[in-house]
Design a binder for this molecule. Structure first.
Ligand code: GLU
Length: 329
């Protein structure tokens, strides 16, 4: 297996500054922080701001402020610096370009001008993967040759995709879900590593940064379980050490959908504005994952001695009206 990293533990939280953090994000942050602190590890804050169309000015600062308000802290991050600075992805472009050049040198990159419609039309099943229809490999012959300047593929016309080996199964031992296996070639197909706008895709940026920052343990939302298989293939292709993964289940609304604005006042901004104490929010979050009894109020530090990943259920927690009412006191 891939326990590539000995101690010391290095964990991280990687928010995208696209909107106010809600209790679901806060719960993932709390669990990632607890996982690191209970292991005596360090904790890194990395801001994933490559989705330029959705990033809003000032949101990064607001998110960091809200995480501190909750009682979380970090040893490295955009506001505190550290040996792996910068901690904001839009300022780490050179690392992504370098990784793309290495993938090209290994013959694993090709240029793809297909539109979403082309991809959907060529797919045998409408929604095979978690990112829409499987890419059927139409452009595989447009390999990016080793050493070619990446600017040769015009921005806005071509995405660069990572060429997958035929139907390889990728398995890993997840901290909550246990053994998880995926077949990225059959499920998503060759995936995008540089978007059509010329920016590194999430899958590539996260791998390059987790490796560059020496991250040993990734704790994040369960929606990214399938992404992990793709990321592991990139770690391997780039010869980078693989972290261990723990995907914590999401918070769902009473309708079974991922908790969001329309389920009520669930953003940290709103809770704070209502005058709810951070200890009450932390207690509520902890109660949704079996780490506190309902109604308990406490700072994150008091949860450290109680934390054990085995206590986190593998199933999502459904936030009912009553449970939201409890949150609002
Ligand atoms: N930036 C991603 C998000 O906010 C998280 C990515 C990760 O933890 O790998 O959903």
């Amino acid at each position: 297996m891939t326990e590539s990293y000995p101690a010391p533990y290095r964990g991280r939280f990687a928010p995208s500054p696209t909107g106010s953090l809600h209790v679901g994000n806060a719960r993932t942050a709390l669990l990632a922080w607890l996982h690191a602190r209970a292991a005596g590890g360090s904790f890194v804050m990395r801001v994933e701001d490559l989705d330029f169309g959705r990033v809003r000015p000032g949101i990064m600062e607001a998110q960091l402020d809200e995480l501190r308000w909750l009682g979380l802290d970090w040893d490295e991050g955009p506001d505190v610096g550290g040996p792996h600075a910068p901690y904001v992805q839009s300022r780490r472009v050179e690392g992504y370009e370098d990784a793309l050049r290495r993938l090209a040198a290994a013959g694993l990159l090709f240029a793809c001008g297909c539109s979403r419609r082309d991809i959907a039309a060529a797919a045998s099943a409408p929604h095979a993967g978690d990112e829409g229809p499987r890419y059927a490999g139409m452009c595989r012959e447009h390999a990016v040759p080793a050493g070619a300047p990446l600017t040769r593929w015009a921005v806005s016309e071509y995405a660069l995709r990572f060429r997958l080996a035929e139907d390889e199964e990728v398995c890993f031992d997840d901290g909550v879900h246990g053994r998880a296996c995926f077949r990225p070639a059959a499920e998503t197909g060759d995936f995008v590593v540089r978007r059509k706008d010329g920016v590194a895709a999430y899958q590539l940026a996260v791998v390059v940064d987790d490796a560059a920052m020496g991250i040993t343990h990734v704790v994040r939302g369960g929606d990214l379980l399938g992404s992990t298989a793709r990321q592991l293939l990139l770690f391997r292709a780039l010869g980078l050490p693989e972290p261990r993964y723990t995907h914590v289940p999401l918070l769902l609304g009473a309708d079974g959908e991922r908790l969001a604005k329309r389920h009520g006042a669930v953003s940290l901004t709103e809770l704070r504005r209502e005058g709810i104490a951070p200890e009450a929010v932390v207690g509520w979050l902890a109660s949704t994952c079996g780490l506190a009894v309902p109604g308990e109020r406490l700072p994150p530090a008091e949860l450290v001695p109680r934390f054990a990943i085995e206590r986190i259920p593998a199933t999502p927690y459904v936030v009912t009206g009553a449970s939201l009412a409890a949150l609002h006191g």
